[in-house]
Ligand binder design. Sequence first.
Ligand code: AMP
Length: 277
Amino acid sequence: MTIVKTISEIRALRQKLKGSVGFVPTMGFLHEGHLALVKRAKAENSAVIVSIYVNPAQFGPREDFGAYPRDLDRDLELLRKEGTDIVFVPSDDEMYPHEFSSWVDVEKVAERLEGASRPGHFRGVATIVAKLFNIVQPTRAYFGQKDAQQVVVIKRMVADLSMNPEVVIVPTVRENDGLAMSSRNVYLSPRERQAATILFKALTLARQLRRDGEKDAEKIRRKMTALIRKEPLAQIDYVSIADAGTLEELDLIDRPAVASLAVRIGKTRLIDNMPLE
Ligand code: AMP
């Protein structure tokens, strides 16, 4: 496994690779969710490149950029075990050189839900992913369903700007009690960790209501909201039942839909989602 820090180094290595390249962009502090992406990339490509970069541009001024968990040595050990070929660990200066002024702004789909709660978040995400695609030139790029809106935003960007990589989506990896794995779960105290299961419970309720034939999206939102309110540590940011392709809120569920939510547990903001078939 080769670890590189500069754009020129990774470009030189990339040029020597023959066959398909699978790319997994991450912010590090890796868990089984990230590793599921790496495993899938490994199974489908001749070589796997993973990036680890906590992108300051996708954090708001009052968000957790400074506190975001980091453990590069542990991450590299996990990636080595998965048979990763190259790990790209750039510095801020490498990614945002002096006078950096070009941004990728995806409209509409990036403005709702996470985009409304976290202004500028998807501008940061789309810009760094576009930049990483230009540097790594992957055949396929792997993203988690855990960040459902990110997936829709990236797919929109790739289609609109005629980018090359095939975008592959990997299902959400969960803890035994349903909590979606997330680097941010380490922020939770034992009591908060217990309370955090309310997200999965609310999504499971949505899926069950839908399976039982419920087509009224507002009824499902209301029942999810009522369930979450029973958890004293939980503070709802949003509860959404939306079109799976565009993330526009639905009244009537007459097409593939996704239930998604953002909930604060104490100071920690968690997101999760579940496709409603
Ligand atoms: P992050 O390091 O949080 O930026 O995540 C890097 C990639 O891993 C993104 O594509 C995430 O959607 C994906 N990911 C994070 N958590 C999970 C999970 N629990 N299951 C599947 N993919 C995940």
